[in-house]
Design a binder for this molecule. Sequence first.
Ligand code: FBP
Length: 550
Amino acid sequence: MKKSPLQIARAWYMPKLPSAFQGGIELKEGDATESVADQAEIRKLFPNTYGMPLITFEPGKTPEYPSVSVGVILSGGQAPGGHNVIAGLYDGLKRLNPANRLFGFLGGPSGLVDHKYLELTKDIIDEYRNTGGFDIIGSGRTKLETPEQFDKGIEVCKELDINAVVIIGGDDSNTNACVLAEYYKQKDCGIQVIGCPKTIDGDLKNEMIETSFGFDTACKVYSELIGNIQRDANSAKKYWHFIRLMGRSASHIALECALMSQPNICIISEEVEAKKMTLAGIVDDIARTIVERANAGINFGTILIPEGLIEFIPAMKHLIAELNELLAHNEEFVSMGSDAEKREYIKCSLTPDSLATFRSLPAGIARQLTLDRDPHGNVQVSLIETEKLLIEMVAKRLAQLKAEGSYKGKFSAIGHFFGYEGRCAIPSNFDADYTYSLGFTASILIAAGKTGYMASVRNLTAPASEWIAGGVPITMLMNMERRHGEMKPVIQKALVDLNGAPFRFLEQHRQEWANTNLSFVYPGPIQYFGPSEVCDQPTRTLMLEHNKEI
Ligand code: FBP
């Protein structure tokens, strides 16, 4: 395969590692842990993996570990750095014992169940070092949840002599990793399970997991594009750009991109929910800013819209919750032929309030809400074109204001959606280093016989040599939530904290960004080689969360 000069140069990049990994490594165990909430229920559901201690690695003498074979799975949406987790895992395993072997399960969790795998050798790993994408073994969204699937996994692991499975995924996939670890421990089948925190959405984070990998690179890619659009807007001075950004639920991506590029408006779904805002209220707010800028002779600007917005508008949230309950495992609905039949069935089943909300939506958006859920029961918000909905509603509102004589500007709008553009980008130095360290961490947790842990690397705003690596029991991150109409143990999703420093920074500056012509920042493309202050900076979100200046 022909490679670009950057790909060739990047293949030689040596990810930076925490200093604890430079020589011998000792494992230190802390106190027993508790789940973040619902302790009694989680303890009952995970009797074998609940309460385990936190683990950190420190310089010391590496014990002699017996050889192991490991299987690795990439689960869910792509995120820059996945290949480096696998490279770090491979290098870590080989350093611990050259006889260790690594297998990749193909196409996501289904590879384990369907026994589709590939042994990962040095030649294969070398091809993928520091590259974007998940194509080394592929990914998928199959949910591992039934004992039959788990038992199929045991069969293939026994056949290949696999002692441990590493699941690289988001909150749902790591929840599944925890369930699998508990099942295998209870069966005493000698298969450990370790998770790794992945998702560009940035919503798998807590005290022990400071960020999920891929968030850094994806936000930098989107911010570059937003900056380019802002420069275009500032040059042509004639378009309003409505930019929807990925992030299925939380608004971390929109917030980080706003901190990097300073758009005129950035909607934060969590704020919309907290302030119980309506769709009409959001439209009014946008229109107000457009009118104010028009009064100053400025008929252009940028608006960032988080992909998950629709699910945070209270009336929409109720509607979606009802639809989720109604459509979960609903064979009758699935077998219906036409959209009209489905729409009629839904209308007859909704409560009056939700029916009114459903009826108020443009037909296209209403239809998108009834499409298939993903295997975890989530609405596929990446398919809902909120930017178009807002453009249409804002245009109507401005026309009203014009008729009333309070708006004299010109409104031309262009919609964008940035999501898939960032998920397979060449990982930034931060993500390349972080993911390699996560993979390395997983290798040591496995060698030490641990199961039900997630690899954790902390202190991420310090230089990589000062990063703190170890393991966090996955049960520690869990609580009970309603899913598919039932209460389930799941990892608590981290939404944008409205009292947190990143949101407060936005709050303090957004008026100034809305009204002036010159607030735009043009971040430019990710730099891989050059001065550290240009190449190695973590996200603004992480910096502010760690009380650092941006
Ligand atoms: P993960 O949580 O699995 O990492 O995926 C997140 C995400 O990228 C969301 O931002 C987006 O809504 C969704 O995946 C899109 O899913 P798909 O790749 O199936 O279209």
